[in-house]
Design a protein around this ligand. Structure first.
Ligand SMILES: [Zn+2]
Length: 253
């Protein structure tokens, strides 16, 4: 298994980070993408990744981190990409759920990161909350953009549109929730070559840990749920998802 989106550098793991990493390995997680979302966390992800070849760091500016100072942050981001080996730009995108006061700045910061991803030929990791139409409208302006819709929560119909634009769809813990109709419908119908899985830990823990701190070893619950929905062997699904992730992020095998 590969956890295609985790934040193990987060302070939630300060007390037992090594145990969390060991548990992930024991449960069969082979690689983890460590996703940065601000200048501070980009550094943290990179520093942690340096300690173990099992980690692959990314860097980005999350929409909830965007305010009037975003130009400076984007400059720093490009410097970071030039200086360090990273595997994606992001997470970036739009989030109108928490705060809409910087909508225009969020859109501009998103465009700038898409342009960076194209300039440095890196996949994008896209965060989208309550902003699916704007996210789509911006992405469709960039023919060369590619990447993943992380922890996708939209409809199956929109998922197909994102695939047409060159994006994969990543499902996380919510697909295991009983009432998660849409994620289950996406899991059931999406062509498997466009599917990825993730934890987004420490957030969004799957059933049976819903509401608790999430960790990479729990990615197996998401894998198992999707295998059940698709009526496919867990091992077979695992192989497909691993190879999708390796291909998208150009990971060393
Ligand atoms: Zn995340």
């Amino acid at each position: 298994m590969i956890d295609s989106h985790a934040h193990i550098f987060a302070s939630e793991f300060d007390v037992d980070r090594n145990d969390v990493i060991e548990r992930a390995k024991k449960e069969g997680v082979k690689k983890i993408i460590l996703v940065g979302f601000s200048s501070k966390t980009n550094e943290q992800a990179y520093a942690l990744a340096k300690m173990d070849s099992f980690f692959y760091p990314t860097c980005g500016l999350h929409p909830s981190e965007v305010d009037d100072g975003f130009e400076e942050e984007i400059k720093k981001l490009e410097e970071f990409i030039k200086k360090n080996k990273v595997y994606a730009v992001g997470e970036c995108g739009l989030d109108y759920y928490w705060d809409t006061s910087y909508k225009e700045q969020q859109k501009e910061a998103f465009r700038r990161q898409i342009e960076l991803s194209i300039k440095y030929d890196l996949p994008l990791i896209i965060h989208c909350r309550d902003a699916i139409q704007d996210t789509y409208d911006i992405l469709k302006d960039y023919e060369k953009a590619y990447g993943v819709m992380h922890c996708y929560s939209g409809s199956y119909e929109m998922a197909k549109e994102f695939i047409k634009l060159g994006f994969c769809i990543s499902l996380g813990g919510p697909v295991t929730f009983k009432n998660a109709k849409e994620p289950k419908r996406v899991a059931e119908n999406i062509p498997l070559e466009y599917l990825l899985i993730e934890t987004d830990s420490p957030y969004l823990a799957p059933t049976p840990y819903r509401g608790k701190r999430n960790e990479s070893s729990f990615v197996k619950y998401t894998l198992e749920e999707i295998a059940k929905i698709r009526n496919i062997e867990i091992k077979e699904l695992e192989k497909i998802l691993d190879s999708n992730t390796i291909k998208l992020f150009k990971l060393e095998d």
